[in-house]
Design a protein around this ligand. Sequence first.
Ligand code: FPP
Length: 240
Amino acid sequence: MTLIDARNMPRHVGLIMDGNGRWASQRNEPRSEGHRAGSRSVRRIVRLARRIGIEALTLYAFSQQNWARPDDEVTALMVLLQEYLLSERVEILGNGIRLAAVGELAELPASVREVLEPLCRDSQPNDRMTLTLALSYGGQEEIAAAARGLAKDYAEGRIQLEDIDASALGKRIPSQRVGQPDLIIRTGGETRLSNFLLYGSAYAELFFSERLWPEFSEEDFFTAIASYQGRQRRFGQLVT
Ligand code: FPP
């Protein structure tokens, strides 16, 4: 097993779970089966992250751009989300996990919101790990909404022009409530961020895995953390 240093864990890990469709194609199965297998990976990795003391885990579960996928695939993903939230309710509440969601949540079907909202509310007091689902999420859209909020405050006289800086903007970025990601992992072999956590990723360490998300194992997660731990983070400064 890959050895990791418990004293140098990434506090916040972001996950781009890519490769479900290709995993299904390799098996001549519909894409929805890839997403189903992907949701089994979600269960496995969330459990592991909590066990090894990751404080915040943000999952890119559905992007703003994913709405443009065929209707049957979007429906399958929404059903899987609802099933996940229903089946993991006890696990989340019983294991100290606080569930949060970021993105244009009003665009989600009522069937998802009706299970998501109570679980976010009921798990709010938990403090062992914050699990954030990015749903109907876009990093550019999130920044635009924050900018709109600042512009409104300025127009209505609540803030001065000089008050608008990176910190003021950051405070209005919902995905930043758990702090900036230290490590972003993308599975499936592509090496891009695809509109995920754009504001917070300024100094995130990036790890790209060839593994398709349904096959992403505990060992793969440890490998990503070990890679993170082997890096020197400088945040634009010099380290002497
Ligand atoms: C990208 O793979 C993955 C998604 C668009 C959805 C991710 C969803 C899940 C892992 C399952 C449901 C989520 C939860 C939280 C239970 P892709 O379809 O783009 O893969 P491809 O690049 O191989 O086509």
